[in-house]
Design a protein around this ligand. Structure first.
Ligand code: SAH
Length: 266
């Protein structure tokens, strides 16, 4: 896999537009592991993976576009980042399906449509709308590093925190081509955010807790937006928090499914 690694940020390409249909299905970035493992049987790599996975990426992006995703910046980021490089090579054949997949240690890489949705929501925050791109981003739950690589396409500065050392190490290796001044990976408990580089104009979490940790709210800049799943009774909802000069405004969007936010380091 390392032979396929490419430098970041990657060149952007575009694909043609397709008809839109309304979306609204339950977003499941993290499927139950058994289910993910079942569909994760090794298979042949899609044609193009290895030398050029552009066509399969374009197919995924065309599908997302047909489902109603329309922010070209997000679609271009998805076109630019080779998702298969963040997976075990045995799973490369499924890398461009809109599905979550196991990345080891009981965790999964997020589903592309859910990542796209969260990126779109981040870009609609006040500060991002004014500047046209994400400012400094804090990501909780680096996992494979895939979403981090997408964020680095949209922001000049991404701080990503992961509590599991083996995943942190692998993501660091995988993202080594990223410009050092653009991405900072931290092995730490993301429940505390990352105070040294606060405030952040965007905060995004890939793991769900019972509440949004106060550290995240404290470290959110005025004009900034936080997008994170949160448990509500027996469901998980996508919470959007905007920090204005007068305080915080919080709304809940669609139902989602994420792995748990856990404290402590491993
Ligand atoms: N965005 C990732 C998804 C990874 S799954 C990707 O694209 O691959 C969520 C990740 O959150 C897991 O790796 C898990 O270990 C991590 N996580 C859970 N609780 C955490 C915490 N308190 N601090 C940092 N990372 C955490």
């Amino acid at each position: 896999m390392s032979g396929q690694r490419r430098g970041f940020p990657l060149p952007l390409e575009r694909v043609g537009s397709a008809a839109r249909t309304p979306r609204g299905e339950l977003l499941r970035p993290q499927r139950p592991l058994q289910e993910a493992a079942r569909s994760a049987q090794p298979g042949p790599a899609p044609s193009g993976v290895g030398l050029d996975s552009g066509p399969v990426r374009a197919h995924l992006v065309a599908r997302l576009r047909a489902e109603g995703f329309s922010d070209e910046r997000v679609l271009n980021a998805l076109l630019a980042v080779p998702r298969h490089l963040f997976l075990d090579s045995a799973l490369a054949a499924q890398a461009y399906e809109d599905t979550s997949l196991p990345i080891g240690h009981g965790q999964t890489i997020s589903k592309p449509s859910v990542v796209a949705r969260m990126l779109e929501l981040l870009l609609q925050g006040d500060a991002a709308r004014r500047s046209g791109r994400l400012g400094r981003v804090l990501e909780i739950g680096t996992g494979s590093g895939y979403q981090c690589a997408l964020l680095a396409q949209l922001s000049p500065s991404v701080v990503s925190v992961e509590r599991l050392r083996p995943l942190f190490d692998r993501a660091r290796e995988q993202l080594a081509g990223l410009r050092a001044d653009r991405v900072r990976l931290v092995h730490g408990d993301g429940m505390a955010g990352h105070a040294p580089l606060a405030p952040y104009q965007s905060i995004v979490a890939a793991a769900v807790g019972d509440e949004l940790p106060t550290a995240w709210l404290d470290q959110l800049d005025v004009g900034g937006r936080l997008v994170a799943p949160v448990r509500q009774a027996d469901r998980q909802m996508l919470a959007i928090v905007d920090r204005g000069a007068d305080g915080y405004k919080r709304v809940h969007h669609e139902e989602v499914r994420f792995v748990p936010l856990k404290s402590g380091l491993v």
